[in-house]
Design a protein around this ligand. Structure first.
Ligand SMILES: [Zn+2]
Length: 410
């Protein structure tokens, strides 16, 4: 029986969202555009805010993090905050400042590895270049070069005879350099000129003063598998959670509690940055939202004590070819519900009470959650959950949707 997943508007919307977000900056821009379209006010952290109960708004920090809110009918001191957190970044290859180089007749790009990249998955894929540039007038502009700009070629099997038995090892400095062109007489890649041309409107290449540029898989997200029930895509970790959080906030009606969605950059590199989950971004926002209500000196402490954060990130589904990599009792399956992530050593922030809150929410939505616990003899990933929980003293539950191949280029 063929289920018509292609017709599901939320699924189609997820695919479009991921395609619109090749970098964290594009993800934030896309989230901001969707919020504005739905009537949320764009606010600046530099301005004074004056907001009334039930108002909706959002704020961007550093171009890669964004937080949106819908104020409650009651003060957060009385009704608390209900927060969903996720992250906008994915492991990828990023251009070094002096990126252009030539070798063996090729124009290549010097790249840096951002986060925990599964290097082999970036080989032999059609890679695009996107990101942001800052111009001399101080303005920041997003851009995406047309087409598939480069490729990191595999070494032919004839030149690497033991690769299938010995495994593929890759040196990130010397063996991950993409090929972008053949060398021609009288001119290099002229990357800055290409970036300026992508901005259009006669932007002078010399006006580009700063840049953050990422490689990405140019193949659009798609539904696949015999029944069209599988999603084949880049950056599911963690744009799928960003999309779910945003969709939930946009669909939410008025309530007593203040609802917040915070989507952080820099999760893949530890979150301890000015805009990451280790920063005061969320705390500053919650304090300002609380200040929209009549003040009491104990208001913030009461608000935090009555709040819950859902840290939403992707989870490891059991791999059919490697079932032993999972604890037998805690093997999440695709299509069998969201995953509660548990770790006694607090790599995940879930505890009994927060798990119970999430189970109740699942029951309300008519879904049955699964649980994930890593094997005791294997390491365990982490999320923004424990960082946000420690920074604010927030009760937090770590959850996610199961996926395979994390964090593959696709
Ligand atoms: Zn993640």
């Amino acid at each position: 029986m063929l289920a018509d997943h292609a017709a599901d508007p939320l699924t189609r919307d997820l695919l479009a969202f991921i395609e619109a977000a090749p970098t964290p900056y594009h993800a934030v821009a896309e989230v901001g555009a969707r919020l504005e379209q739905a009537g949320f006010r764009r606010l600046s952290e530099r301005d004074a805010w004056s907001l009334a109960p039930a108002e909706r708004g959002f704020v961007v920090r550093g171009g890669g993090s964004i937080a949106a809110f819908r104020l409650g009918k009651k003060s957060p001191a009385d009704a608390g905050f209900v927060i969903v957190g996720a992250h906008t970044d994915s492991p990828n290859l990023r251009l070094k400042p002096n990126a252009e180089l030539t070798a063996s007749g090729y124009e290549q790009l010097a790249v840096e590895v951002y986060g925990g990249v599964l290097l082999s998955t970036w080989l032999d894929r059609d890679l695009g270049l996107a990101g942001r540039v800052v111009l001399a007038d101080g303005s920041t502009r997003l851009l995406k070069l047309p087409g598939s700009f480069c490729r990191v070629p595999n070494l032919a099997i004839h030149l690497n005879r033991d690769v299938n038995s010995g495994g593929l090892t890759l040196n990130a400095q010397t063996q991950m350099l993409p090929v972008a062109a053949l060398v021609h007489d009288g001119g290099g890649l002229e990357l800055r000129e290409r970036l300026a041309a992508a901005l259009g409107e006669g932007v002078d290449a010399r006006a580009i003063q700063g840049s953050d540029l990422c490689l990405f898989d140019t193949q659009p997200p798609a539904l696949g598998g015999a029944r069209g029930e599988l999603i084949f895509s880049a950056r599911l970790d963690n744009l799928a959670s960003c999309h779910a959080a945003l969709s939930a906030l946009l669909a939410a009606g008025d309530a007593d509690a203040t609802r917040v969605v915070v989507l952080y950059d820099h999760e893949e590199v530890g979150s301890e940055t000015a805009i990451g989950a280790g920063s005061p971004f969320l705390e500053a926002l919650l304090l300002r939202l609380l200040a929209c209500y009549p003040a009491t000196s104990d208001g913030f402490a009461r608000a935090i004590a009555g709040s819950l954060m859902v840290s939403a990130d992707m989870a490891h589904a059991v791999h059919p070819n490697y079932p032993d990599k999972h604890d037998k009792q805690h093997r999440p399956l695709l299509g069998k519900g969201p995953v509660l992530k548990v770790n006694a050593n607090q790599r995940y922030a879930t505890d009994g009470p927060s798990a119970a809150r999430f189970r109740a929410a699942c029951a309300h939505a008519g879904v049955e959650p699964q649980t994930f616990v890593a094997r005791n003899d294997m390491g365990c990933g982490s999320t923004i959950g424990p960082i946000a929980a420690a920074g604010l003293g927030l009760r937090t539950v770590d959850v996610g949707n199961p996926m395979l191949s994390m964090p593959s280029c696709r």
